[in-house]
Ligand binder design. Structure first.
Ligand code: RB5
Length: 149
């Protein structure tokens, strides 16, 4: 499995915990930045990560900013991305089971580093259920195809 990861300054102190954890699990991590605590713009890093997922260069994307909200808004503007804003374990599990999301956006000012690592772990280890949920995801794709060029 290959995972692309990115954050802004709001997530910078947390994301190395995620990368280190995933690497201990043998997951190939492609970290796109940011590379310091200096203030930066979350759209730049969300875009880099999501382009890798949308082009199948990465299987999943992990985004961390202060709240996770800005990153999730950017991610869902990119065709082929279904991003969930997640700050609890239940959502981390059910967004994979029901929404087949390929990107998760987390808030480093909401959850602790160990909670964020746990949510990412749940997200990456949960399968999509398909069935009636596949019909619903297909409807999302139909809407995306109608409104996204
Ligand atoms: C940066 O201050 C903050 O706005 C950003 O990390 C994120 O929370 C945006 O949604």
């Amino acid at each position: 499995m290959k995972v692309a990861l990115g954050c802004d300054h709001g997530g910078f102190d947390v994301i190395s915990n995620v990368v280190k954890y995933l690497e201990t699990k043998g997951i190939d991590c492609d970290y796109v930045g940011t590379f310091s605590n200096d203030s930066c713009d979350y759209p730049d890093f969300a875009k880099l990560v999501c382009e890798k997922v949308a082009s199948n260069e990465a299987d999943y994307g992990i985004l961390i900013c202060g709240t996770g909200i800005g990153m999730s808004i950017v991610a869902n503007k990119i065709k082929g991305i279904r991003c969930a804003h997640v700050n609890d374990a239940f959502s981390a599990e059910f967004t994979r089971r029901h929404n087949d999301t390929n990107v998760i956006a987390l808030g480093a000012r909401i959850a602790t580093a160990s909670e964020i690592v746990n949510y990412v772990d749940i997200f990456l280890n949960t399968e999509f259920e398909g069935g009636r949920h596949a019909n619903r995801v297909n409807k999302i794709t139909e809407i995306e195809n109608k409104y996204f060029k």
